[in-house]
Design a protein around this ligand. Structure first.
Ligand code: NAI
Ligand code: MG
Length: 399
């Protein structure tokens, strides 16, 4: 019997490309696991009218830990048009299976670390004093609330009468929107609950304490979005005061944070935010350490389910290349987060060291690291393929 069972959800496009490679890395590093494959993504939408089949949900419920590649999402009209003919016109509605997974299993805590690799040619560089150039070392971990906020799906165009009436009881709505015809109103609600807000804040503070980060920054906009951002900021102060007095609590507004990003990114450590601003902040910081080819993430529920995935999508245009060119590092680092979660830290540490060594050595680089456009010719032009990059990492592990 293997020590761990992992549900693999390769999904679409480059999701399955990077999944194949990460499994090679895990095997080379001696991870003692059995894998069960879960169907997810576009193919199952087209064939079954459901991109997240019940059998996949059951597998995740049973085994609790999943490694996910990426899926392809398309707007509903396009999605319907691609359904297999026998399923057409039967009222199937497409919705993203990864957003579905998050909501179904309440994967409310999303963790996205962004740490610079030594000698990564994509590292952020800024102008220093005189003509000098500086390359600040970035070590930021973003805690993004993953199930609420503007992504809760509670939204209307032309809201129904009851909703409209309720909105009209708010003086600001009445004053500013009261004379807008109802059919010209589109409304997306930003919902924060105390429970989920407390969970994401506590997770962020706990991470800071455990890994010796000195500060937690709440990145919201409480001066304007008083109720939801305000709730998070108020609760953060309370949690810090009563439970984590040794951790410094900072407050940045999301807009200003995007500006600070290029001025002093090295000053930020743990960042916590709601769903939307967490999504923005994590993509922004990922850009400073090399972009989507390097951005990894973990998602945790309150009842022991965890899904690990690169932040990137399925990059469909790259999926069909005879020789795959995408960077496998984001996926490999996501698997390292899984290994940490499973208390296999010796293995994750060896893999991370191997990745860092290959990047630092600089002999094997995928096209993104060489600032090329992602065409098939990049291989002839000296970029490493996905497989060659993985091979280089594996030979380091085995050294
Ligand atoms: P994407 O992340 O798939 O690709 C954007 C661009 O980033 C690519 O064209 C490529 O230049 C670069 N890139 C992505 N991954 C890379 C890697 N590993 N190495 C090197 N370069 C990489 O995002 P896009 O194009 O917005 O979406 C494509 C599809 O993916 C859509 O259907 C979208 O809905 C879906 N998507 C799925 C996600 C998920 O499964 N979690 C997340 C984001 C998008
Ligand atoms: Mg995003």
């Amino acid at each position: 019997m293997p020590k761990h069972i992992i549900v693999t959800l390769p999904g679409d496009g480059i999701g399955s490309v990077v999944m194949t490679q990460v499994l090679r890395v895990l095997a080379a590093a001696g991870f003692d696991a059995g894998y069960v494959h879960g169907d997810i993504g576009w193919e199952f939408w087209c064939r079954e009218g459901n991109p997240l089949p019940d059998r996949t949900i059951e597998l995740i419920r049973k085994h609790k830990v999943a490694l996910f590649g990426a899926i392809t999402s398309k707007p509903n009209d396009e999605a319907r048009a691609e359904l297999d003919p026998p399923l057409q016109g039967k009222g199937y509605t497409y919705s993203s299976p990864i957003v579905g997974l998050r909501q179904l299993f309440n994967l409310d805590i999303c963790v996205r670390p962004c740490k610079s690799y030594k000698s990564n040619p994509l590292n952020f560089v800024r102008r220093g004093k005189g003509d000098s150039l500086e390359e600040p070392f970035i070590d930021v971990v973003i805690f993004r609330q993953n199930t609420e906020c503007l992504y809760s799906g509670v939204e209307w165009t032309s809201p129904p009468e009851q909703v409209y009436k309720a909105l009209m009881t708010h003086p600001k709505f009445m004053e500013n929107f009261g004379n807008v015809p109802v059919e010209e109103l589109s409304i997306s609600t930003r919902i924060f609950t105390r429970r989920a807000t407390e969970r994401i804040l506590s997770a962020a503070f706990e991470h800071a304490r455990k890994f010796g980060y000195k500060s937690v920054t709440v990145c919201e906009k409480p001066n304007v979005i008083r109720e939801t951002s305000g709730l998070m900021w108020k609760m953060a102060r309370e949690i810090q005061r009563t439970l984590y007095p040794e951790v410094r609590l900072l407050n940045t507004n999301i807009d200003a944070q995007m500006m600070w990003l290029t001025k002093n990114p090295e000053d930020y450590e743990v960042i916590v935010a709601g769903n939307m601003f967490g999504d923005i902040a994590s993509d922004a910081f990922a850009g400073l350490i090399g972009g989507l080819g390097f951005a990894c993430s973990a998602q945790y529920s309150s009842d022991g389910i965890a899904v690990f995935e690169p932040t990137h999508g399925s990059a469909p245009k790259y999926a069909g290349y005879a020789i795959p060119i995408v960077n496998p590092v984001a996926m490999i680092e996501s698997a390292c987060m899984m290994l940490d979660y499973l208390e296999e830290k010796e293995i994750s540490s060896r893999i991370r060291k191997a990745v860092a060594a290959v990047i630092e050595e600089g002999k094997v680089r995928t096209y993104d690291m060489m600032r090329m456009n992602g065409r098939p010719e990049v291989i002839q032009n000296g970029a490493a393929s996905t497989i060659q990059m993985t091979d280089a990492i594996i030979s380091r592990i085995l050294k």
